[in-house]
Design a protein around this ligand. Structure first.
Ligand code: C5P
Length: 400
């Protein structure tokens, strides 16, 4: 059986020079069993003719939103419902901007708005246009809404520039389409993740907290959702957007995080404790803003221990999820991580040496050593996204 047998792909072509590659792309998709329905913007027709696309796809090409005859055969809603995947290739800066703005001012953008199929975007434009903050922000918006961005590649451009902005080659896009339809690694799995710092109130305007940015936990949530998991992200206060297809529960204090975690954990297959939970909280929270006391240069705030959230999850007697912890150490990483693994009864611990420059708390990169009761693996310095993928693959392997 062909890898794309029976798959219905709407190929949306916008007006960039890479459009000339769409005939090849369509042929290669069809060869692998896909049915391809082509939708073109007005500008796309300047680069490749609808007749060519009709000949290679074997289906009439749709181009107009307001053409009664075209709407009568297969209107924008039918096309949107027909699709198993909408692939926008090439996606120009203009098409990306219109989608980011939620516009429906031609057939292609209305199909994108009306579909519940996954939408993959293959950007293609001049490197400077691609680098432009407006384009970058628009792409980030599409990603946040759950669209997948394929490419762009770097290299020589039709305009003579060199840089990022080339559409991926047809066969690379075909490979992505095939991968898109593969069963997802974490499909059907429920994952709860804690992330970010906690805030422990002293009085109505002050709190004790830490520098955790939440980036690692958010990267895990984003990748887990991409791999098909149903993700609940229990988040302390951070400055990050909720990843696409992730349910976020906002908390402030460790006690609130504990409450949310104990509610989610028994419903989850996997629990990942990535939050930097404050170990202690002020014993009392003053009702009113505390005043400076004349004649005293000291203030003593009595602290009490917070619940250990992950240890609580790991000691669940019923519906205990596979429990994964993090450990940030400044020395003897393995010794302390192994100790934490057994003391907290975890199934896996991801440890990093935060004394090294450029990794850990606030950075975008990290290096991790993973330990589990009878094994270990080291992941050298990489982006938190790449590490998240590796951690999730390891979790998947250990939970088989
Ligand atoms: O003991 P330590 O704070 O180093 O352990 C780190 C691990 O324990 C992390 O996974 C963190 O999310 C979790 N933890 C927790 N509740 C606490 C303290 C830490 O869940 N009160």
């Amino acid at each position: 059986m062909q890898p794309l047998e029976g798959k219905k792909i709407v190929l949306g072509i916008s007006g960039g020079i890479a459009a000339y590659k769409c005939a090849e792309l369509t042929r290669r998709l069809s060869e692998r069993g896909a049915q391809v329905k082509v939708v073109m913007t007005k500008a796309a027709k300047e680069f490749i003719t609808p007749l060519t696309m009709q000949a290679v796809s074997g289906q009439p090409v749709s181009e107009s939103l307001l053409d009664p005859a075209a709407e009568a055969s297969m209107g924008h809603i039918e096309i949107a419902k027909w699709a198993d995947l909408v692939l926008l290739a090439p996606a120009t800066a203009d098409l990306i901007a219109r989608m980011a703005a939620g516009m429906g001012n031609d057939l292609l953008t209305t199909v994108v708005l009306a579909t519940d199929a996954p939408v993959a975007v293959a950007p293609a434009m001049n490197q400077q246009m691609y680098k432009n903050v407006a384009t970058q922000e628009n792409i980030a918006t599409l990603q946040r809404r759950g669209m997948t961005i394929w490419g762009p590649a770097s290299g020589e451009q039709a305009c003579g520039d060199i840089g990022a902005g080339r559409m991926l080659e047809p066969m690379q896009l075909v490979e992505r389409c095939i991968a898109q339809f593969q069963p997802k690694l974490l499909q059907g799995k429920k994952i709860a993740i804690t992330a970010g710092p906690t805030q422990e109130a002293i009085d109505p305007v002050r709190f004790i907290s830490n520098h955790s940015s939440g980036k690692m936990g958010y990267a895990l949530a984003e990748q887990a959702a991409r791999l098909g998991a149903e993700v609940t992200l229990i988040s302390g206060p951070v400055n990050l957007a909720t990843p696409a297809n992730v349910t976020r529960v906002n908390v402030l204090s460790a006690e609130e995080m504990h409450h949310a975690a104990m509610e989610q954990a028994p419903l989850s297959d996997v629990f990942i404790g990535c939050a930097a939970v404050a170990d202690y909280r002020p014993a009392e929270i003053a009702d009113q803003k505390m005043k400076k006391v004349d004649g005293s240069d000291e203030l003593v705030v009595r602290m009490v221990k917070n619940p250990d959230i992950i240890a609580g999850v790991a000691s669940l007697k019923q519906n205990r999820p596979f429990t994964v912890g993090f450990a940030a150490e400044t020395q003897d990483v393995e010794k302390y991580a192994m100790d934490k693994l057994s003391r907290k009864n975890l199934d896996l611990i991801c440890a990093n040496d935060v004394s090294q420059a450029g990794i850990g708390f606030n950075s975008n990169d990290n290096a991790l050593n993973l330990y589990w009761p009878n094994g270990q693996k080291n992941f050298p310095l990489a982006s938190k996204q790449a590490l998240a993928q590796s951690i999730l693959e390891q979790i998947n392997e250990l939970t088989q």
